[in-house]
Design a protein around this ligand. Structure first.
Ligand code: SAM
Length: 308
């Protein structure tokens, strides 16, 4: 049997397939579900997410008009209430009250995973503090989606989210991020991309690569890698990039040589901070020397540099 037979010819048509109507999971009483929704393509939703949305008593959404489209698409009718960044803290008490009365609640954002550069973290903290269950329903997230298609050179990554808007705070943050031995992931609004690319180019003098992951899961999805130094010129040639959603990744350059770190040095970098929390410097240097084979005097010098 062809799998295509299960896909409706009009992808925008509501779906009432057996998989959706036969719910395997039901939302439990007094539980808050933190549930990821599609970034663009409405079919990027898990079966468990549909089970929970279809059986929750209340759905808390950032923008109820945006979420209504998703819910209508799947024939889901639970009452929608708004949870914005500015009313999150105030709403927490009322939501906890509803949970304590036995209601099940699903928290969603406009796109992706709640609490990732979106409202949710404060509410989740308050619900957890009230000793009520919080259950994550994983799914799409723009940063993870971008990383999966970026082919990162760097071994580690750091999610920096949105940069601050004021120039001084922005530059200070970039200066701090520059020191990290990792790919840096940023969210950005399309109308700010030109400004941000120019700040990134100035902040990173050494060769780095940039990945622009745009309109992920949508019709005009593009994932472009280029040298960061060429980014502003590239934007001039691709003005469409200033529209639509995007994730920026500053990776190590494809041509960069791997850092010359021996396994012993890597172990030292990992253990030394922890040892220094527990032991005086001289003892920490002795233990680290025994564990790594690096001379105690060398380690002691490193400890002095860290303090200096
Ligand atoms: N909570 C969401 C998540 O899990 O990724 C992020 C919400 S944040 C308010 C919105 C930002 O996510 C956008 O400015 C953009 O940087 C990124 N984003 C969301 N959807 C995207 C898409 N389809 N393609 C590229 N980036 C996207």
């Amino acid at each position: 049997m062809s799998h295509d037979s299960a896909i409706p010819s009009d992808p925008a048509a509501p779906i009432h397939s057996a998989a959706v109507s036969a719910r395997i999971f039901r939302a439990e009483k007094s539980t808050l579900y933190v549930l990821a929704t599609p970034l663009g393509n409405l079919r990027d939703i898990t079966l468990r997410a549909l089970d929970i949305l279809g059986s929750a008593d209340i759905i808390l959404a950032e923008d109820t008009r945006v979420s209504a489209k998703l819910l209508t698409h799947y024939g889901i009718k639970a009452p929608l209430r708004a949870l914005h960044e500015h009313n999150e803290r105030k709403s927490a008490a009322a939501i906890i009250d509803l949970l304590q009365q036995g209601h099940s609640i699903a928290l969603i954002s406009d796109a992706g995973t709640p609490a990732v550069s979106d409202p949710g973290a404060r509410l989740v903290a308050a619900v957890r503090a009230a000793a009520l269950p919080v259950v994550p329903i994983p799914g799409p997230c723009a940063l993870i989606t971008a990383i999966s298609a970026a082919g990162l050179n760097a071994e580690h990554f750091y999610f920096a989210g949105f940069l601050p808007v004021p120039t001084k705070a922005r530059r200070a943050q970039l200066e701090t991020l520059r020191a990290l031995d990792a790919a840096l992931i940023f969210y950005e609004a399309p109308h700010r991309i030109r400004h941000t690319l120019s700040d990134l180019t100035q902040a990173f003098q050494e060769p780095r690569d940039l990945i622009i992951a745009r309109e992920l899961t949508k019709t005009f999805e593009t994932v472009q890698r280029l040298p960061l130094a060429d980014a502003v010129a590239w934007l001039d040639e691709h003005p469409d990039t200033e529209r639509g959603e995007l994730v920026l990744i500053v990776d190590t350059a494809a041509t960069a040589k791997p850092r010359d770190t021996t396994p012993d040095e890597a172990a030292l970098a990992r253990w030394l901070p922890a040892l220094l929390e527990e032991l005086p410097p001289a003892r920490a240097a002795r233990v680290a020397a025994q564990a790594t084979g690096i001379p105690r005097s060398t380690i002691y010098e490193k400890i002095k540099e860290r303090k200096g």
